[in-house]
Design a protein around this ligand. Structure first.
Ligand SMILES: Nc1nc2c(ncn2[C@@H]2O[C@H](COP(=O)(O)OP(=O)(O)OP(=O)(O)O)[C@@H](O)[C@H]2O)c(=O)[nH]1
Ligand SMILES: [Mg+2]
Length: 346
């Protein structure tokens, strides 16, 4: 057991909630010693299974997360949650409600919930979110759920962070097919049609399945085996080396009514099936590598950009002044970027 004299890293590894919360705050404040602690923890991470939950504002992501926490706790698993609060005008009102709902779990030592804002980060959500996932992982959380609103870049970044991505769709958004953007199809491992108590749920499920079918045809893949329950699909033979394991996965479409807790077991089972698929096909390692790659590139971009902006400020003027000159067409952005890049290299 980590005692009072232990280091912050030891306390986090022992699951100490206060040490973890403090470390997350320090990481947010970009204190240099916080990064040193994260680096100390890093070799002890890599155990948690990370599930991304993304979807349109108000689609019921937080309600699903809330039910999934219950599900995992009943199964004896500990859970970490990262809720990305975008400072977007779409969901301003719902955020407080989310927090209140999830607070039911606040007294459960097996659950740790952390909200992060995306405001002010040049690089979007990637850095702070992935750092928090590392801390939750180091704390020993079995499952980490990452909720992000599916607008803009965030949903792509969550895909780089998660082992399994659940895309939440809802019925009755007019043209349902339009509501699911093409990019979302690419990142979804599991679809949840939430608010299935509403009219149009059948159609939303059919539309999604039709889109998946179309995609399969375009990609020239055979249809899935005769199975009416996608979650119980038989395991396929292991892929040959030249086949990407994930190409073998057909995202199941699961109906849920989060407010009534319906379909949650099915959803959890679908996530579990994807996890088993990844592990069986060697895809878990491939995903670990692509997660590590994305994290490293984000870090590198941050570092290089910070260096470049410092140099820019010292030699050419503050970013805002330079931007103003570009906007007035008094400066050539290509030439400036080339010049700065050349100076950094030299
Ligand atoms: N009818 C119905 N309402 C639901 C269901 N799930 C969630 N809701 C309601 O939809 C609203 C939004 O739910 P949230 O869980 O906050 O949705 P969210 O996707 O987390 O929202 P943001 O984080 O703001 O994007 C709330 O009023 C929920 O009570 C459902 O299955 N059926
Ligand atoms: Mg929410």
């Amino acid at each position: 057991m980590a005692g009072p004299g232990s280091s912050v890293a030891e306390r986090v590894l022992a699951g100490d909630v206060r040490a973890a919360a403090q470390l997350m705050r320090d990481l947010d404040d970009r204190l240099p010693e916080a990064e040193a602690r994260l680096r100390e923890l890093f070799p002890r991470t890599g155990r948690a299974y990370v599930v991304g939950i993304t979807g349109a504002p108000g689609s019921g992501k937080s309600s699903l997360v809330d039910r999934l926490i219950e599900h995992h706790r009943r199964a004896g698993r500990t859970v970490g949650v990262v809720a990305v609060d975008p400072t977007s005008p779409f969901s301003g009102g719902a955020i407080l409600g989310d927090r209140i709902r999830m607070q039911d779990h606040a007294l459960d030592p097996g659950v740790f919930i952390r909200s992060v804002g995306t405001r002010g980060h040049l690089g979007g959500l990637s850095r702070s979110t992935s750092e928090i996932v590392h801390v939750l992982d180091a704390m020993g959380k079995d499952v980490v759920l990452v909720e992000t609103v599916g607008v803009g870049q965030d949903e792509i970044e969550v895909a780089e962070l998660a082992h399994t991505v659940v895309v939440v769709a809802v019925p009755g958004l007019g043209d349902d097919v339009q509501a699911i953007k093409a990019g979302v199809l690419e990142i979804a491992d599991v679809f949840a049609v939430n608010k299935a108590d509403r009219e149009g749920a059948d159609r939303a499920v059919r539309d999604l399945q039709a889109m998946l079918e179309l995609r399969r045809t375009i990609l020239g893949r055979p249809p899935p085996e005769q199975d009416h329950d996608a979650c119980h699909r038989p395991v396929r033979p292991p892929p040959t080396a030249e086949r990407v394991p994930d190409d073998e996965w057909e995202p199941p479409v699961v109906r849920t009514v989060a407010v009534r807790g319906e379909g949650i077991d099915d959803l959890a089972r679908a996530v579990e099936a994807h996890r088993a698929h990844l592990e069986g096909a060697g895809g878990r390692r491939a995903r670990e590598v692509s997660r590590a790659r994305a994290g490293f590139v984000a870090l590198l971009r941050d570092r290089l950009l910070a260096g470049a902006l410092a140099r820019l400020e010292a030699e050419m003027g503050h970013l805002d002044e330079v931007a103003a000159r570009i906007a007035e067409r008094a400066a050539d952005p290509w030439a400036l970027a080339d010049e700065l890049a050349a100076r950094l290299r030299g």
